[in-house]
Write a protein that binds this ligand. Structure first.
Ligand SMILES: [Zn+2]
Ligand SMILES: [Zn+2]
Length: 410
């Protein structure tokens, strides 16, 4: 993205946060309890889509649901902390509803920033709409341009039939707030047609130490003979939500023997399987970059030979490894996906998908699926940048036919 050197203000209007009440009886359409999460979703969505081309963050209108509540100041301080964490040192502009002016000044202070023209910010906020109400809009606005309309973005999805194919649960060792119940609520709230729970099979079979130390890969008896209470617990808890639109699956990988880490009885119970490469299944110590690329492709070949539906975050290994991805590795992987009729997952969790790889997938007719890989609730179904990315790669707006719709294996 090229910067056009205009000043861009991110506008968050009517967050209406309330950390205590679920509902405001006077305004039942407002998702007041989700205010902090909606703020985080908007900031994360902008972070992925705006390439840091944001110069200030503006809070407009009703910042909390009700400024007269005893916890209103602490709720507003929570919002301020989220902005501090995600927007760093960007100036914070305030154009609060008059009923919240005093609260805003006492918690957030006042500013004489020249971009803080309350009248213009409120006008932009009115045009964008309330973040707390579906379809959960936020906006980007150029205050220097008097005729500019704010660019409005909806956090709810508008693509028909859209699934989030990759969602973790409270059983993940790396979970950071995601829950089975919360994720299934958000599927409806954010306009998804369906979702797949896909806990790491390895994490369900072995201890956190054996997982993070990759012992389940290099000492296969870890997963073949360990207790199965966590797997049973996962399948039992998710089964409550299982339907044609909520699939219960697993994300897994291959061990050093090239065997998919999945017991037969669990394969029979999974609706959908994501194959992943978190570690190579050979020791990478001392290997050259060319050898690492070759080992990656051998691991991928074993994953794809094991009858998985989707390749999760296909090239993420190279974002975490010191070794560079060779350009032909992506092409080869796209060909292998086509030959095995495996879906490529678009995934922005802790990596940035590569355009040439997804272009090669589309050229070969490989279907694409959106996987948030959510470990927290805010990430689930946050797909604005996924849609933009696939449209850019495909060169068309209508991406419906490129997308895979998960269906139960059994
Ligand atoms: Zn993964
Ligand atoms: Zn995952």
């Amino acid at each position: 993205m090229t910067r056009d050197h205009k000043t861009h203000v991110l506008i968050l209007s009517d967050i209406c946060y309330d950390s205590v009440r679920q509902i405001d009886p006077d305004h039942p359409q407002r998702q007041i309890s989700l205010g902090a999460e909606l703020l985080q979703r908007a900031l994360e969505d902008s972070r992925r889509r705006d390439d840091n081309d944001i110069d200030a963050v503006a809070l407009v209108g009703k910042l909390v649901a009700d400024a007269s509540r005893p916890y209103a100041a602490s709720d507003l301080a929570d919002l301020q902390e989220i902005i501090r964490q995600l927007a760093g040192n960007l100036p914070l502009l305030i154009a609060a509803d008059p009923s919240q002016d005093a609260l805003a000044a006492s918690v957030l202070g006042t500013s004489d920033n020249p971009m803080a023209n309350p009248h213009r910010l409120r006008e932009a906020g009115d045009r964008i709409g309330s973040l707390c109400e579906s379809p959960f809009p936020y906006g980007r606005f150029s205050p220097a341009d008097p005729d500019a309309s704010p660019e409005v973005r909806h956090l709810a999805n508008d693509l028909p039939g859209l699934f989030d194919t990759h969602v973790h649960t409270e059983l993940a060792y790396c979970a950071s707030g995601v829950t089975i119940e919360g994720a299934s609520e958000r599927m409806h709230l954010f306009g998804l047609a369906g979702m797949c729970f896909t806990e790491h099979a390895g994490q369900l079979y072995v201890s956190a130490d054996d997982f993070w130390g990759a012992r389940f890969i290099f000492e296969p008896q870890c997963w073949t003979t360990g207790p199965r209470d966590r797997m049973d617990d996962y399948l039992r808890r998710t089964d409550v939500y299982r339907s044609n639109n909520v699939l219960v699956g697993l994300e897994t990988e291959v061990d050093r023997d090239g065997r998919l880490i999945l017991r037969d009885e669990d394969r029979a119970r999974a609706d959908v399987l994501l194959g992943a490469i978190h570690w190579l299944n050979v020791d990478p110590d001392g290997l050259t970059e060319a050898q690492i690329n070759a080992a990656f492709l051998r691991t991928a070949e074993q994953v794809l030979a094991a009858d998985v539906d989707v390749m999760a975050h296909p090239l993420r290994y190279f974002f975490r490894s010191a070794s560079a991805l060779a350009p032909e590795t992506g092409d080869t992987l796209a060909r292998m996906l086509a030959e095995t009729d495996t879906v490529a997952e678009l995934n922005f969790h802790k990596n940035a998908p590569l355009k040439p790889f997804f272009a090669a997938c589309l050229d070969r007719g490989v279907k694409i699926t959106f996987g948030s890989d959510a470990h927290s609730l805010w990430g689930m179904g946050l797909f604005g940048c996924y849609r933009d990315f696939l449209r850019r790669v495909a060169g068309v707006d209508d991406i419906f036919d490129f997308l895979w719709r998960p269906r139960r294996r059994r």
